[in-house]
Every structure is written in structure tokens, then in C-alpha cells.
Design a protein around this ligand. Structure first.
Ligand code: PMP
Length: 420
């Protein structure tokens, strides 16, 4: 399969080799690398991508959830063009940022105030720093396998670059163990941060009782509960916290909310966020040249209010539920030991056949099966990730899903003898 992939993509292979001279590994985003080399994409329309060798793909990655609106949406393109025509880098509040802020506060129940920044990583760093400042405490509890940004990664073995805070690591969905750890570290615990559904950790959803316990226990010890909604806010119109009725103290946002431009935001309780008002006593400063960059504000506002209707989002998440259910049936029918986890439009294929409640449950999987799956799906025109994650976008139709599941079934049949 590797050789067929290399033969089919000579231009991408050559670009990758050339790029390695300046960029370690040929690009500047760890997640985009896969063996033997990643395809170079030249353009995209709707949910279709074109690569340097002239192939087109149906895009089941959707820019790791940031591409919710597809690759080129007319309304968002018009907003970006209007900004390009009237000037950018202006160094003043612009017409869009308060409108985007108001739309976010209006939609997400636990976000009473919001501040913008440039990425999900930065949003989480700001939320964690804010929690430390308001509690006067130092420690942060994270979950093994969680992903909160380039220097806040506890997924896939973590990263030696995680330096900024002392972290206490707990196990996702382990109610008793986590409760004991919160009580043990309570006096110095500033915050617990988690995703309502682990994204990079494998699309594993938190159990309702786990979230209830976290809300109650953090409150008891005086620590903040931070929900990282960078990926999950698309799982319902009111965000993941709105869907499950959780009231975190702080929430981070990112990805698609910038309309496809660089974006991050953190928000939550007004009494905490109002400390960022420069007129407040002992105000927190929060700078950032591009915090209100007008492309992100305009594209974000247009996408969030004009494209992302409740019904469009509901249809996309229902398509995802259908895709996940169909793939799980196919795995069973073909007697392959695999499971597709996830919620709505986000999911992850694991070649493991057991209940998956935490990243531990997928550790035993042999990564080579996912690699084989990825390259075979790419060769069949389906753009998927090497970690098995699938994210849909609004342009997806039932026909795209049906075509994909037919191809997936062919793959299972072709490789049944070697799959687990
Ligand atoms: N939190 C979560 C849950 C994420 O999935 C990501 C990005 N994959 C981030 C934070 C970081 O966002 P960014 O890449 O914009 O820094």
C-alpha cells in the first residue's frame, strides 16, 4: 500500500522532500505529518480537496474541525473580500468584534463574557492563567490523553514541551480516582480542565456522572472547572455544555468560530471575565496584536450567524450519527475487531473491540491498522487522518456518506484476513 501511495503521488512526494530543507519534517504542524509523506493540497471547494498530483478527495478531516463551513463558503468569502477591500491591520476596535462577542454570549449558556485571542492553545493558556490568578493557587488538573494545544498536550504520549504549569494528571471517566485526587490536592488546585469529548485523545465522551462529580468537587475545594470546547462546541447549537447541561466556570473556544481564519476565545462567568475590564480595580491585562484581527472577526461573525443555523448543524450531526452507526455495523458484519466512538459529526475509528471509556482502552491497538486504513482510503479518494479521526463539515450530503461506507466496506473485505 505504501508503494502504491508513493507511485500515485509523485508531485506531493517531491514537494515534501524539498520542504524538508527548511522545515523539519517538511511542514510546521505535527498533526499533518504521516508516513510516508503527507499529500500537498492546492485548493478546496465545498467538502472536496484537490492535491498537487491532480486528485480530488472528499474531505473527512475538515481541518481537524476548523473547516466546519467547507473550504470556501460564498458568504464568508464575501465578508473576507469586504475586509480586504476596506483595509486591515487597523489598530483599533473594529465593527465586527463586538457583534461576534454578542453572538457567542447569546448562543452559549455558560459564556456571559468572552475575550478573543489567536488560537485554541492561547485560549487555554489564558483560561488556565486566569484560574490561577483568581484563585491564587498554582496546580492544574488535566486528564491523561487530553489535548489542549501545541504546548498543552497530554495525548499520544504527551510532550516534553509542556512546561508552563505544574500539572496533576488524572484518568478520564475515572470517577472515584479523580474525586480522590481533587480532594488530595484541593488546597492548591486552581482548576480542572477537560474536554467534554476528548478529540485528539480518540473521540471519547465524558460520562454524565463524571461531569456531575467534577462540577460538585471543584466547587467544594474552590477550584475552577474549565471546559475546553475548542472542538466540541459544534456538537450542539448551544455547545457541548449546553447539550449536557453543565455549567463550567470558564470555557475555551477556537477552530471554526473564526470562519476558517486564526481564532481562539475564552469566556465564562461575568464576575471572573470582568476582571479584564481595564477600568476594573486590579484589572488583568490581556494583550495580543491580533486578538481582534478583522479577518477572523468578520469571517467568524458571518459564519457563526449566517451559515451555522441550528437546523444545518443538527443535520450535519445527524449525518455523523448515521455514519458512525453504519461503520460500527460494518465492522461487526465483517467480523473485524473495531469500534467507532464519538458524538455527532466527530468520530474516531479504533481497531479495538471493547468498551472505550478512556485513552487507556485503545492503547493496545496496533497503529499499523490505522495507517493501512488511511492510505487505502486516500487511494480511494477519501481524505482521512492517520489517527482514525473523522470530522464532517456542513456541505456533507447523505450521498457522500453512502459512498464512503461502500468504500469502507470494500476495504474491510479486501483486508479482512489481516485486520484484527
Ligand atoms: N483544545 C482542543 C480540544 C483542540 O482540539 C485543539 C486543537 N486541535 C486545541 C485546544 C488547540 O487549538 P489550536 O490548534 O487553535 O491552538
Amino acid at each position: 500500500t505504501r508503494q502504491r501511495f508513493t507511485r500515485a503521488n509523485p508531485a506531493s512526494a517531491a514537494r515534501h522532500e524539498g520542504a524538508k530543507k527548511a522545515l523539519p519534517g517538511g511542514n510546521t504542524r505535527a498533526v499533518l505529518y504521516y508516513d510516508p509523506f503527507p499529500l500537498t493540497v492546492t485548493g478546496g471547494e465545498s467538502n472536496r480537496l484537490t492535491d498537487l498530483d491532480g486528485h480530488t478527495y472528499v474531505d473527512f478531516v475538515s481541518e481537524y474541525t476548523a473547516g466546519l463551513y467547507g473550504h470556501r463558503n460564498d458568504k464568508i468569502a464575501a465578508a473576507i473580500k469586504a475586509v480586504a477591500d476596506s483595509g486591515w491591520v487597523l489598530g483599533a476596535p473594529n465593527a465586527y468584534e463586538a457583534k461576534l462577542g454578542a453572538a457567542i454570549v447569546d448562543r452559549f449558556p455558560a459564556i456571559e463574557r468572552v475575550r478573543f485571542c489567536n488560537s485554541g492553545t492561547e485560549a487555554n493558556l489564558m483560561a488556565l492563567s486566569t484560574a490561577r490568578a483568581v484563585t491564587g493557587r498554582k496546580s492544574i488538573m488535566v486528564f491523561d490523553g487530553g489535548y489542549h494545544g501545541g504546548i498543552l498536550t497530554f495525548a499520544h504520549g504527551g510532550s516534553p514541551l509542556n512546561a508552563p504549569f505544574p500539572f496533576i494528571t488524572a484518568q478520564y471517566n475515572d470517577i472515584a480516582g479523580t474525586k480522590a485526587l481533587i480532594r488530595q490536592h484541593g488546597a492548591d488546585l486552581a482548576a480542572v480542565i477537560l474536554e467534554g469529548m476528548m478529540g485528539g485523545g480518540g473521540c471519547i465522551e465524558a460520562k454524565p456522572d463524571f461531569l456531575t462529580m467534577l462540577r460538585a468537587e471543584t466547587q467544594k475545594v474552590g477550584a475552577l472547572l474549565i471546559l475546553d470546547e475548542v472542538m466540541t462546541s459544534r456538537l450542539s447549537y448551544r455547545g457541548y455544555h449546553g447539550k449536557v447541561g453543565l455549567k463550567p466556570d470558564l470555557i475555551s473556544l477556537g477552530k471554526y468560530i473564526g470562519g476558517g481564519c486564526s481564532f481562539g476565545a475564552f469566556g465564562g462567568r461575568a464576575d471572573i471575565l470582568d476582571r479584564f475590564d481595564p477600568a476594573a480595580p486590579n484589572a488583568f491585562g490581556h494583550g495580543g496584536t491580533f486578538n481582534n484581527n478583522i479577518f477572523s472577526m468578520a469571517a467568524g461573525f458571518t459564519g457563526f450567524t449566517e451559515v451555522l443555523t441550528e437546523s444545518a448543524l443538527g443535520q450535519m450531526n445527524a449525518l455523523g450519527d448515521h455514519l458512525r452507526a453504519t461503520m460500527n455495523e460494518q465492522l461487526q458484519r465483517r467480523n473485524v475487531a473495531g469500534t467507532v466512538t464519538g458524538v455527532g459529526s466527530l468520530m474516531n475509528l479504533h481497531f479495538v473491540d471493547r468498551e472505550i471509556a478512556s485513552p487507556h482502552d485503545v492503547e493496545a491497538a496496533d497503529h499499523r491498522f490505522l495507517q493501512l486504513w488511511q492510505l487505502e482510503m486516500l487511494l480511494r479518494g477519501q481524505y482521512v487522518t492517520p489517527r482514525g479521526m473523522i470530522a464532517l463539515s456542513l456541505p456533507f450530503t447523505r450521498a457522500d456518506i453512502d459512498a464512503f461506507t461502500t468504500i469502507f466496506d470494500d476495504f474491510l473485505l479486501d483486508y479482512r484476513s489481516i485486520l484484527p
